[in-house]
Ligand binder design. Structure first.
Ligand code: MTE
Length: 322
């Protein structure tokens, strides 16, 4: 992600699509491959190794939702789990080590605002309430790269129904944790922490909006946004907020983290559209992680499911797509 007026802390313009960076990362990955596989099976093999994610839970029995999955080559986990945006832990793609500092035990999500009765629920209870399914989604970052991931989770619409929103609730506002002790970048006061995102209630109840608790058949790695994140496959990736601690039902349109930083670049809607360039680069083509380039599709290929959500907003023009 980039902001237009780049202060000294800004990310370099060419960072995201720089293939040599990816190549160097791959070499690094190869040297770590054995460790990674080993740790997934048994964290104790590694002693204090940073990768260790001791609570990997097997989600392989989750229902495979083929109807809502795409038929595309899945991005190898060793690539997707080492190329992440999680600005709480740094502004490079290589934050997976730092992300291990996040303590995800006793995690709970606050359901607040315009609902019958606000409540707090821990992730285990959430997982046990809604049956889990696996969906293979394409994830398209605004930075023009993409990957394909088998996520495990449940439809956000189920949680919305469970929360019993009042009729005055028009939007959902999501918030990530704020823990500067664990997430060093949260000590940077120029960012509007905590990371915040928002959706209309119609978007939140679309069948594609997915609350994710696992990937590749097991509990989410911390760098993926453990223990619970959102995935909205028709929108640019920054809408898919990680490590959620609060979902607030509100009548006021939320202003997101990136919108606060650069609203002309990262808007509220952020629907994928190859015809609407980012102010500083084209969105026509994306680099597929571990593969070649492909032509970007409107709504990231999910038009049949979501285009109808925007019929009444056609007057918004390009702002629906940034
Ligand atoms: N959520 C939080 N809390 N912090 C972040 O920095 N980055 C966003 C999104 N969710 C981000 C976040 C962006 S820009 C993208 S592209 C995706 O997470 C990246 O998800 P991935 O690392 O699983 O690919």
């Amino acid at each position: 992600m980039h902001v237009i007026k780049k202060p000294s802390w800004g990310i370099k313009e060419n960072y995201v699509t720089d293939e040599s960076l990816a190549t160097n990362r791959r070499k690094f990955l190869n040297s770590l491959a054995t460790i990674t596989v080993g740790s997934a099976i048994n964290g104790s093999l590694l002693g204090n190794a940073v990768w260790a994610n001791q609570n990997l839970q097997n989600f392989n029995s989750a229902f495979k939702n083929n109807k809502l999955s795409i038929d595309a080559k899945i991005t190898p986990e060793k690539l997707s789990s080492k190329y992440n945006n999680f600005f709480e832990f740094g502004s490079t793609k290589n934050i997976w080590k730092e992300a291990q500092n996040l303590s995800t035990e006793e995690w709970a999500v606050n359901i607040s605002g315009l609902v019958e009765k606000p409540f707090k629920i821990d992730t285990d209870s959430l997982i046990s309430k809604f049956s889990l399914e696996e969906r293979i989604y394409r994830h398209r970052c605004v930075e023009a790269w993409s990957m394909v991931v088998p996520w495990t989770g449940f439809e956000l619409s189920k949680l919305v129904a469970y929360a019993q929103p009042l009729s005055s609730a028009k939007y959902l506002e999501f918030k990530t944790f704020f823990s500067p002790k664990e997430a060093t970048e949260q000590r940077a006061r120029w960012y509007p922490w905590p990371y915040t995102e928002g959706l209309t209630i119609e978007e939140a109840t679309n069948e594609l909006a997915f609350l994710v608790v696992g990937a590749y058949g097991k509990t989410l790695h911390k760098q993926f946004g453990a223990p619970i994140r959102l995935h909205l496959p028709w929108k640019y990736g920054f809408k898919s907020i990680k490590s959620i601690v609060e979902i607030n039902f509100t009548s006021v349109r939320p202003v997101s983290f990136w919108e606060t930083l650069a609203d002309n670049e990262y808007g509220f809607w952020a629907n994928v559209n190859p015809e609407v360039p980012h102010p500083r680069w084209s969105q026509k083509i994306e680099r597929v992680l571990g593969g070649n380039s492909r032509n970007t599709e409107i709504y990231n290929g999910y038009g049949p499911q979501v285009a109808g959500l925007y019929n009444k907003f056609q007057n918004l023009g390009n702002s629906l797509f940034r």
